[in-house]
Ligand binder design. Structure first.
Ligand SMILES: Nc1ncnc2c1ncn2[C@@H]1O[C@H](COP(=O)(O)OP(=O)(O)OP(=O)(O)O)[C@@H](O)[C@H]1O
Length: 218
């Protein structure tokens, strides 16, 4: 199994003591599957996504990627996991302003030692960015920047893609288009996709859907 989250718990400290956010949540995601994670604001969606990506550790329970419990990873293995296996698309695009679109798309793949010019060109084409490769991020619209961020993630061929509100900054039409491209590309590469969203239409485009409420999965 690509991703297995087993009965994870997580609390955050507050002035009144620890506040539980996740009270025992489990999910699994196979290669090629897409899953939307929904729930009210504050229900713990981003927290769960961060645990899945090894950006934070659970208080209890386990997170396994390709059968390995990532809690025991040291910093080096954690860095390698994020470079080579798991990629996170944040709502802020985090593009590199001094690099043009083509170089931004190639950036993560180069870091992972997996830059493939033909695949990068194919991605740019499918994301509608072929005519913009020598532009800089500041010359692009929000929707175009988000597509560059998605291209950069997929260029490295991650096996697990985690996306936090990837269409949050986009209008309905552009958001739907970006969601469809992302799902198709992830499916085409056999990766798994876990996407956190408030958007009904994005959630409807994913293969499965899970809602967080009261710290538990519905
Ligand atoms: N680092 C932190 N320290 C303390 N509390 C935190 C921290 N991160 C999140 N929280 C709290 O945990 C709860 C869940 O936050 P989280 O960001 O996971 O929710 P979410 O479902 O992603 O919300 P949204 O849809 O608004 O992004 C919230 O009440 C939040 O205030």
């Amino acid at each position: 199994m690509l991703l297995e989250i087993e009965n994870v718990t997580k609390s955050y400290p507050s002035a009144d003591g620890p506040v539980p956010v996740l009270r025992g949540v489990s999910l699994s995601l196979a290669a090629g599957e897409t899953l939307a994670l929904t729930g009210d604001s504050g229900s713990g969606k981003s927290t769960l996504l961060h645990l899945a990506g090894g950006l934070d550790a659970p208080d209890g329970g386990r997170v396994l990627i390709e059968g390995e419990d990532i809690a025991h990873y040291d910093d080096r293995r954690r860095a390698r996991l994020r470079r080579e296996t798991v990629s996170v698309i944040f709502q802020q695009f985090n593009l590199i302003p001094s690099l043009d679109v083509g170089a931004n798309i190639a950036f993560q793949a180069r870091l992972a030692g997996r830059h493939d010019p033909a695949w990068a060109r194919d991605l740019a084409e499918r994301l509608g960015l072929a005519a913009h490769l020598s532009k800089y991020p500041e010359q692009l619209s929000g929707g175009q920047q988000q597509r560059v961020a998605i291209g950069r993630t997929l260029a490295a061929r991650p096996r697990l893609v985690l996306a936090d509100e990837p269409t949050g900054n986009l209008d309905e039409g552009t958001g739907a288009e970006v969601a469809a491209v992302m799902r198709d590309l992830v499916t085409a590469t056999g990766a798994g996709l876990l996407v956190v969203t408030h958007s009904r239409s994005l959630a409807d485009r994913m293969g499965r859907r899970m809602e967080l409420r009261g710290g538990r999965a519905l």
